[in-house]
Structures are given as C-alpha cells and as structure tokens.
Design a protein around this ligand. Structure first.
Ligand code: GDP
Ligand code: MG
Length: 436
C-alpha cells in the first residue's frame, strides 16, 4: 500500500526534507486525488491545509525521507477525518434495539437490512426481525420477504396501515416474539422530497430508534452528498452505511459523509449477496482513496455532474455516436430537474386539464429511473455487457418485470441509432455549436 502511495507522490523522491515549497506540489496532488474521489472542493482544500501543518510540524523526524513523511501525514489526516474506527451500533439496555434504515431509492436499504440482520445474528448472537415499511411499492415488501426467508429471519408487514404504524406494530411484534433487534426498512424516493422526509421523520418519532442509519450508494458521488445533507436535516443520524463499494466507486464520499452527518461510517456494502457486508476500516479506506487518485481521470468526475458542461458533453457524445445508458440517465435527470411533468405542463396556458392526467407520466419516469439506478455504473457505460442474468438482476432490483428492462434497452438502442443517423445527415454540426 505504502508503495502505491509513494508512487503517486514520486516527486519527493530523493528529497530529504519537506519544505514550504516542495510540499506544495504534493498538496496539489492530494487536492486533485480528493476531488477525483468526489470530495467537495472546500473540504479538499481544508484537508490539504491540515496535511501541510502536520507534515511540516513533523519535519524533524530522523531518517525518514520527504515522501514517506508526506504520505504518512496524508494518511493520518484521512484516518482522523473518517474515524473513529471502533464505531458500532448502539444496543438497547432494555427491550429490543431499534434500527431505522433511511436513504434514497436504490441506495441499497432493503439489501443492507438483510445483510445487517444476518451479521447481527451471526456475529453478535442476536435475534433480529425485519420490518417492511416501504408500503408504496408492493414489490419492496416482497423483496424483503424473499431476503428474510433466504436467511431465516422473520419479516413483519401489515397491509392497509401507514408506514409509521407498520413500524410501531413491528416493534411490538418483535417484543412479543422475543426478538432483540428490529430493523426498519423504510421507503426511499428517487429524489429527496418533503413527503419522504416527513414519513421517515415520523417513523423516527413514533419508534425512537436507538440507531438511525443512512444508507448511501457510493457510486453516486455528489448525489450521495446531497442526500446525506437532506437526511441529516431531518433525522438524528447515528451511522452511515456506504453501499456498492465493490464497484469502481472511489469512496471519496466516505470523507465528506462524516463531515456532513457527524455520524461515523459503520459498514461498507461490497456486493449484492447477503454476506457482502464489511466493517468500515478508516485506514483501509484512506489507502483506497489515495491509491486511486492517480488512476481515475478528472474528466470522468466532471462528466458526472449534472450541469451545462454535462449537457454539452452528453450532447457531443450523442453526436459522436458513443451514446451510453449513463448519458441517457443524465438526460432523464436533466428533464426531471425541471420539476414534475405535471407542474411544468400545468404552468402552460391551456394545459391545466391535460396536466391532471399526467400523474402516470411521473410514475413512469420514476420506474424508468429505478431501472437505471439498479444498474451498476459500468453497465450503464457498457450496455453491451447486459446479458440475461444482469437484466434479470436489474428487474429484481427495481421491482419490475424483465420486460421493462428489455423495453428500456430497446428505447436506448433506437435513440442511439437516431443519433447516428442525425450525425450522418450532417444535422449534428447544424445543431451543435450550442454556446461554444
Ligand atoms: P433500496 O431501494 O434502497 O431498498 O435498494 P435495494 O436494496 O433494493 O438495492 C438496489 C440495487 O442495488 C439492487 O439491485 C441491489 O442488489 C443492489 N445493491 C445493494 N447493495 C449493493 C452492494 O453493496 N453492491 C452491489 N454491487 N449492489 C448492491
Ligand atoms: Mg427497498
């Protein structure tokens, strides 16, 4: 590991001492590595300052060369920022321990509930119960039931009552059945909205959970940060679980999450299976973030942000014919940013009535987006790899039929074909030159 880090900071080679001047280059690399790992620029800047103080403060160490000293300082600061290492779930002294799981749809809540239940039973000898409180999507309840059955953990659900009531009754049922841990799987939304926040805050109010855990998808970069802010505003978060760390996520979110929520990262999700839950080790994460800094291109990070640059980039890509599902998702999100279709149309003269019938369209958009978020980033970038088993997994993950996945892929292919054709006809250049 150290070798890898030293490699990234090779410019210190042979230099015996860190100075105000030669440290600048190193700090620049650190800032860059953090930015590439999706860390907010302000935090990256402050962090670099702290590294500087520490590294220069330790200047008098004997027999250690500049590069080692620098890497050591960076690593130590990262660990400090992401620690403490021994963060654990809080266990109730009397009655069952209640764990509320919150997060956006697709973050991995339901999967993580099952992982956590299994972990607590196997490692801590607990008797957990799962509560399905995502009542909006029948598939969500079924998903938890299937998972619970597979690992032999009871799943509580009740039809026809609100999520806070389901949770209250779940806790009562756990007591009655002698379960000592209750894990509440709440509903997510694709985007932060007041209804979602009200619901989850109400669940927290009526159940007084000992743990309020935020589940965040590490692959979503800045979106992960935004959702953390929103949930932090409404809940008293006690811990974070970062999922999908098995993908190509750089984990920079880990750095910002602690800062934003004030809550430690407890576990990492490292795959789709129920055993893929790892304890969070700040030291290891620091290595991952630093080691990858020089590998991942800045271009990629920039193109993840939904702004004008991305619109332009997606557009140019379309014209070039290298249009991917990731671009299609980007476009979908840009459209959604304008607000629910209904509202947008409702504002147009003469469209008020038509807007009434448009609820369905927003729902369709939700379903569509759920398909995208159930894919890995790699799948979105390389749609060619979407074989039958991957498609089935996506269908399951999004709570939809396989047909919906196929339909989306068909639409994607049509779109790509259209782009290519436009390009051939020379319309590309005609439509281009937007702004630039
Ligand atoms: P929820 O909407 O927050 O309940 O999310 P789900 O638990 O339904 O997960 C959404 C998708 O992410 C599913 O396809 C899961 O299999 C997948 N998923 C969840 N956690 C992980 C993880 O740690 N790694 C990977 N690769 N996939 C995950
Ligand atoms: Mg779920």
């Amino acid at each position: 590991l150290t070798e890898r880090l030293t490699g990234s900071f090779g410019f210190f080679k042979g230099k015996k001492e860190l100075t105000e001047t030669n440290i600048e280059e190193g700090l620049k690399a650190v800032r860059q590595a953090l930015l590439e790992a999706d860390v907010h620029f302000k935090l990256a800047k402050e962090f670099a300052e702290r590294v500087k103080d520490r590294a220069l403060g330790e200047k008098r160490l004997q027999g250690v060369d500049a590069s080692d000293q620098f890497v050591h300082a960076v690593h130590a600061e990262l660990v400090e920022l992401m620690g403490p290492e021994d963060a654990t779930l809080e266990m109730a002294k009397v009655g069952p321990t209640i764990i509320l799981m919150a997060g956006l749809q697709g973050a991995g809540k339901t999967t993580t509930c099952a992982k956590l239940a299994k972990h607590l039973r196997e490692r801590h000898g607990k008797r957990p119960m799962l509560v399905a409180a995502d009542v909006k999507r029948p598939a969500a309840v079924e998903q938890l039931r299937v998972l619970g059955k597979a690992i032999g953990i009871p799943v509580f659900h009740e039809e026809g009552v609100t999520p806070p009531v389901v949770c209250e009754r779940g806790v009562a049922a756990a007591k009655a059945q002698g379960c000592d841990v209750v894990i509440l799987d709440t509903a997510g939304r694709l985007h932060i909205d007041d209804a979602l926040m009200d619901e989850v805050a109400e669940i927290a109010r009526v159940t007084s959970p000992h743990n309020q855990v935020l589940v965040v998808d590490a692959m979503t970069g800045q979106d992960a940060i935004e959702s953390a802010k929103a949930f932090h505003a409404r809940l008293t978060l006690t811990g974070v679980i970062l999922t999908k760390m098995d993908g190509d996520a750089r984990g920079g979110a880990a750095v910002s999450l602690k800062e934003i929520t004030g809550a430690p990262i407890l576990f990492l999700g490292a795959g789709e299976k129920v055993d893929d839950l790892d304890p969070f080790i700040a030291d290891r994460m620091a290595g991952r973030i630093l080691g990858m800094g020089d590998v991942v291109g800045l271009v990629e990070t920039a193109s993840q942000r939904i702004d004008e640059d991305e619109a332009q980039a997606a557009y140019e890509k379309m014209i070039m014919g290298s249009f991917t599902l990731e671009d299609m998702l980007g476009m979908l999100r840009m459209v959604r940013k304008m607000g629910p279709m209904k509202k947008v149309l409702g504002m147009m003269p003469g469209m008020g009535n038509a807007a009434k019938d448009l609820d369905i369209d927003d729902k369709q958009m939700n379903r569509l987006e759920a398909l995208f978020t159930s894919m890995t980033r790699r799948e979105r970038l390389e749609p060619e790899i979407l074989d039958m088993s991957r498609r089935r997994r996506i269908a399951r993950g999004s709570g939809q039929e396989l047909g919906a996945v196929n339909e989306l892929l068909k639409r994607f292919k049509d779109m790509r074909k259209m782009m290519k054709q436009l390009n051939k006809m020379g319309l590309g250049s005609m439509m281009g030159g937007k702004g630039k």
